[in-house]
Design a protein around this ligand. Sequence first.
Ligand SMILES: [Zn+2]
Length: 414
Amino acid sequence: MADTKYPTLIPRFLRYVKINTRSDEKSETIPSSDRETKFLHQLVTEQKKIGLSDARYNDKNGYVTATIPGNVDAQVPVIGFLAHVDTADFNAEGVNPQIVENYDGHSVIKLDQAGEYTLDPQDFPALKNYAGQTLITTDGTTLLGSDDKSGVAEIFALAEYLLAHPEIKHGAIRIGFGPDEEIGTGADHFDVADFGADFAYTVDGGPLGELEYETFSAASLHVDIKGKNVHPSTAYHTMINAIQLGIDFQNRLPQDEVPEKTRDRAGFFHLLSFEGTPDHAELDYIIRDFERAGLEERKQKAQVIADKLNAELDTPRVTVTMHDQYYNMIDIMKDHMDVVRLAERAMQNLGITPDETPVRGGTDGSKLSFMGLPTPNLFAGGENMHGRFEFVSEQTMAKAVDVLVEIAKLNAEK
Ligand SMILES: [Zn+2]
């Protein structure tokens, strides 16, 4: 299906997903991978090609920024639209998008030739929402990269559409494409003042209607345990096995407050890794809670468990180290709900029902909001992100652009 309203949207998306831009968690550079840097430079060239004059790459933070100039005399707030170029921790080499035209909403879609991997409505009930639409899937060997090249292509489509339609009145719009969202570091170096927007939206959400402005508050928890290792033959009342202490620590945490037993607004402790010998053990957790006070209580709980274990030992052997990672953006957004209302109105004008379910995770917007740029997250269209079952509908992508255009329009009418 060639979308006539946004003729370059899908071709651009298909071109971009074939370029491997996976980020690298182990890297210390910004961006974390040369693949990303190369792609970001390509985006500068393409932004200039569509007529954005001030496109540039910021080598301090890896962001590409540009402006869609406003065409109204009145002062209207500057909107920012942001998307990330990196893809998640899954094979991204040789992405080979498959097009399923006019999907019937119930058939099983074969991804690879052999049919080892399929999109089956029994496994993925959301497929039923896509009857009559054109789906873009993987070939079963890679992820798709709709997260977040949908967002990148949609913002490009917005820019081209507004440049081609001067009769649509809007203020200045800043656009930004950044690296390393998937490894949680991309937004750390974002330059809010340089970007110069009054508020922004990340275009990085999932299915039609997603509008996110509540996220987890997050901390990491590292537990380091020193054992006392002696020969087992003489261990009686002497050996202190660090592995056993690690098990004790884990067992004293609330056993029902884990990801697999929580949903909706309940927080958790999530044990990510546990490595050890009798001599030394280390446990790594993430702590999540929607309430800032709840996060602090959980951190306190971990500390108390360590203190009690230490009090029962000959000498302190359990050390906990905790770092806050990001906070629930509602703490900021509650004072900027007009930004949320603007997106709601845009969706409603287009017949889209906003889905404002809190995110059991974080977004770049969580950090950006605390940096002074209120930034809710808008749907970009992708489903089953981060793996081979990822897909996106062409129609949802076009609607995402419609929403961006409508936000720009409504913002200038205020
Ligand atoms: Zn994303």
